[in-house]
Design a protein around this ligand. Structure first.
Ligand SMILES: [Zn+2]
Length: 919
């Protein structure tokens, strides 16, 4: 204790001395210096880079526009005020320019601010051209590349506010922008000279404003950890925290950022998050994706160690790297940089979920990113480790200003390094781009083929469109292509890997071979697009693909077709998810589904194909939706049922809207209408009068209890309602009190709904609910053992009742599914007839990624159809609607809804004979 006191005192003295040296001759904002010192809770949480703020004539500081200095207690800034500040800054200084980057889901502008020297800002477009050449160096040549590198300036782009509860980064960036604009002397002159700094105002503007509303309504009253209240139920429109896991860029806002990245090619993108004490700087720990360039893996610790060196040198405790997040999944938003031969950088700083100063217990750590025991090393985040030589304190009084000091000092250190080694950064960017092209020329695989003629080409087009969003070049073969792997018809999509983003194409399309089963990973272990979409994608080891003729495709859409003639059309159930879209678009027409496959005039109609009168409108929609149909003289003579549209509700808790958001997004995309309902509607009862189907998407992480009891009430109601003062609240649902959950009376209402003939569908982790709360009385839902570890592998599942309507559009006895960590289900022998699909649970059944303990799922049901009273519960232990990824499974959910009236009686159990009624 004594020693640490002495060290602290010594560090404080040293910090003060360095601060004096760092002062320049510029006039200083004395008030700023006094206030930030006051707001910084310990002297060692300050650095000489940020303990002062120069004044510059006619250039507004954040306070001049906002009325407060950055890091002021109890102040958070709305996006409109941030924009106001940046516009004032740009108007006042030729060193600043604002670049629009699109509009969000809710119509807010996405802004990027560029700061550099006056010359660099004037030459922004020229520089953009230079970086584009380094990003795609085909035909460039080393001499020309060298000439460009000598002239170009690397863009270092900061992004913050992706996660709306992590409120500090967008505040800090305003001060950083000002400081970079006006401060003279080292390292600022060099940074402006050698680097173009870009800053996204905030990555999720919709969520920012909603969170700031919520903060001013509730969280501004927080005094410490015990009275912290839950966050708002929504950030952005759909997916909350998972905006950082949108690997296929489904969300408008995220797609705009990718587009911006590919237009400007920042060699470095630095994403600022909050969760870990006091500053974690990403160094790219294992498991690392081996397809990415070794240069990247050298650069990451180069930067993080420099920041640690500087900040520990300033005496700042708790700066560390190495642990916490790894380099396996390519799906994080910031990975758009490393996926495109740039450098992803990432911080986690310590935030309080707002701007209140409060005492925090660091061990065990709090934060939103993850259960931090992982990666934290022995004893959580406060132990001394080789990568954490000066650990964070176990307890700390923490403020927004501390957080700002850490982030900004780190950011300036990183910029100092970039300014000192700008040619190295550019050279590496060029080399990584070049290596990507060479990798596709020199080593197998050389490409991928999505063969033409697949039963459903809409999902092939989906894959191609995602690749195109990512800047990957795709061609369409004009004639047959003969390769070692087979002969592919004209119209097949070819992805050649000898292109700048060829390695990214490989990463997205290949089977994930996890490098070390003893390593854990922060997110998914597998994402193989062909397996996720049930689309045939062939890996090609034949170099001849590189010279195959192909026309570049932009964003392909698949035209549907109606073959033959006759008044009735049979729309084929081929797995295309747009079949549901067709049914709803033509809601006034009568559709019938055939219950078994049949061949008519040589055309094969799979079970589930839908018959409808072939009006011009029907034919036109079939065309637009990429569906395949056969016109017939009359309906085939097989069993069929009417496909009447159900009234659908989707249930969401208030505390777990994220996974629901993915399902909402998919339903909206496929134009499947639903009422989004919450506990309020469930408790109201009489559900059967209003709905035919209720879907409970996966949500919560405490099994059924999460769904039933949801956010714990702390006595005071938390209203999520729109008011004049807080207009961003009350969107996507309203509640006078989001706490408390549906409760046991809600469960009773669900049971009543089912008994009265409703169809309840539970997905993923929500499937604990029916078993745990006795809705399905004989079904057991167990949790796996602690040794079990299945971070989203793709596995083979066995279809046990292939004639069940949920398998319309599927062929074969097995199908790939993403393992969703739903319950380990078990049913008694006499109820085995309820099992529609089960996990093989063998090593060979793991198709992609890591699965430790796969034997625990051996023969476990993956989907059940449990009849109860007049209705039924369809229990998916899988999640057929996971993050806009497993579009191959989605039709199972669609079918369960479309054919809700036509579910057959349970299959006869194998043996022995069961009692007549099991209840
Ligand atoms: Zn975050």
């Amino acid at each position: 204790m004594k020693l640490s006191h002495m060290v602290t005192a010594w560090l404080a003295a040293l910090t003060a001395a360095v601060a004096i040296l760092a002062q320049t001759k510029q006039p200083q904002d004395e008030e700023y210096a006094r206030l930030v010192k006051e707001w910084t809770t310990k002297p060692e949480f300050m650095s000489p880079l940020v303990d002062h703020l120069p004044k510059a004539a006619a250039v507004p500081s954040p306070k001049d526009v906002l009325g407060y200095h950055i890091g002021a207690p109890q102040k958070l800034t709305y996006t409109s005020d941030m924009a106001k500040y940046y516009q004032a800054l740009a108007a006042a200084s030729p060193r600043v320019r604002i670049l629009p980057a699109g509009r969000t889901d809710e119509g807010k502008e996405q802004l990027v601010v560029a700061v550099s020297s006056e010359d660099n800002i004037r030459n922004l477009e020229t520089n953009r051209g230079y970086l584009a050449k380094l990003a795609d160096p085909r035909g460039l040549g080393d001499a020309e590349a060298r000439r460009i590198i000598a002239q170009a300036k690397p863009i270092y782009m900061f992004t913050g506010g992706l996660h709306s509860a992590e409120t500090g980064p967008p505040e800090m960036l305003m001060e950083l922008a000002y400081r970079l604009t006006v401060e003279e002397g080292a390292p600022f002159d060099q940074i402006r000279q050698n680097v173009v700094v870009m800053m996204a105002e905030t990555l999720e503007p919709d969520g920012r404003d909603r969170y700031v509303d919520w903060y001013y309504k509730y969280k501004i009253h927080e005094t410490g950890e015990p009275d912290r209240v839950a966050g708002p139920p929504y950030w952005g429109k759909y997916i909350y925290h998972d905006n950082n896991r949108d690997i296929n860029y489904s969300q408008v806002t995220m797609r705009n950022w990718l587009k911006f990245y590919l237009e400007w090619h920042p060699p470095i993108l630095h994403d600022l998050h909050e969760s870990e004490p006091f500053l974690f700087t990403f160094s790219g720990q294992a498991p690392q994706n081996p397809s990415l360039d070794p240069i990247l893996y050298a650069e990451l610790p180069w930067f993080s160690n420099f920041e640690m060196t500087k900040m520990i040198g300033y005496g700042m405790p708790g700066v560390w790297d190495h642990a916490f997040v790894d380099m396996w999944s390519p799906g994080y938003l910031g990975f758009m940089a490393s996926n495109h031969n740039g450098m992803l950088r990432m911080y986690e700083t310590f935030g309080n979920g707002g701007a209140n100063t409060m005492k925090r217990n660091v061990a065990p750590p709090a934060g939103d990113e993850a259960p931090a025991a992982e990666g934290g090393g022995r004893g959580g985040m406060t132990s001394r480790e080789w990568y954490r030589p000066l650990p964070p304190y176990k307890e700390v009084e923490w403020s927004m200003r501390n957080n700002t000091n850490y982030m900004e000092t780190g950011a300036l250190s990183a910029l100092e390094l970039t300014a000192g080694f700008a040619p190295t950064v550019l050279e590496n960017f060029y080399r990584k781009s070049l290596h990507s092209i060479e990798a596709g020329k020199n080593e197998a695989p050389y490409g991928y083929v999505l063969p033409a003629g697949q039963a459903d080409m809409t999902r092939a087009a989906f894959v191609v469109n995602v690749l195109r969003l990512q800047g990957i070049e795709v061609g369409r073969a004009g004639a047959e292509v003969k390769l070692k792997e087979g002969t592919f018809a004209a119209g097949s999509f070819l992805v050649k890997l000898d292109q700048p983003y060829g390695r990214l194409a490989k990463i997205l399309l290949e089977v994930q071979k996890y490098p070390d089963p003893n390593l854990r990973t922060y997110d998914d272990a597998a994402w193989t697009m062909g397996l996720m979409c049930h689309t045939d994608i062939r890996e090609i080891s034949d170099k001849a693909i590189l010279s195959a003729a192909a026309t570049p495709v932009d964003t392909p859409s698949i035209d549907g077709e109606v073959k033959g003639s006759g008044p009735i059309v049979a729309v084929l159930a081929n797995g295309a998810n747009s079949l549901a879209t067709l049914r709803w678009r033509l809601r006034n027409l009568r559709f019938e589904a055939i219950e078994q496959a049949v061949t008519v005039n040589g055309a094969e109609l799979p079970a589930g194909s839908m018959l409808v009168e072939g009006t011009p409108r029907v034919r036109s929609e079939i065309g637009k939706l990429g569906l395949k149909a056969v016109a017939l003289a009359k309906a085939p003579e097989v069993a069929r049922h009417a496909v009447d549209l159900p009234r659908v509700a989707m249930f969401s808790t208030w505390g777990g809207t994220q996974d629901v958001g993915w399902v909402r997004y998919a339903f909206d995309h496929f134009e499947m209408p639903y009422d989004l309902i919450y506990k309020e509607r469930i408790r109201q009862g009489n559900l059967r009068a209003a709905y035919d189907v209720i879907v409970i998407p996966s949500q919560g992480n405490r099994g059924g209890k999460s769904i039933v009891f949801d956010i714990e009430s702390k006595g005071k109601p938390l209203a999520y309602t729109k008011t004049a003062e807080f207009p961003s609240l009350g969107m996507y649902g309203e509640s006078d009190d989001i706490t408390g959950g549906m409760g046991l009376e809600g469960v009773l209402e669900l049971e009543r709904f089912v008994r009265q003939g409703g169809v309840l569908i539970t997905l993923g982790s929500s499937s604990y609910l029916p078993a745990e709360f006795g809705l399905t009385r004989t079904v057991e839902a167990a949790h796996p053992t602690p040794q079990f570890y299945a971070p989203g592998p793709i596995v083979e599942a066995e279809i046990t009742r292939p004639t069940h309507p949920i398998f319309y559009g599927y062929s074969g006895q097995t199908t790939p599914v993403r393992y969703a960590n739903g319950p380990l289900l078990r049913v008694p022998l006499e109820d085995r007839g309820w099992v529609l699909m089960r996990y093989a649970g063998t090593e060979q059944s793991v198709l992609s990624g890591l699965f430790k303990g796969v034997a625990e799922v051996h023969n476990r049901p993956a989907i059940l159809d449990v009849p109860i009273g007049l209705g039924r519960i369809i229990v998916f232990a899988t999640n057929p609607c996971y993050r806009w990824q497993n579009l191959g499974e989605f039709a199972m959910l669609e079918n369960a809804i479309l054919h809700y009236k036509a579910m057959p009686a349970p299959a006869a159990p194998a043996a022995p004979a069961p009692p007549a009624e099991k209840r």
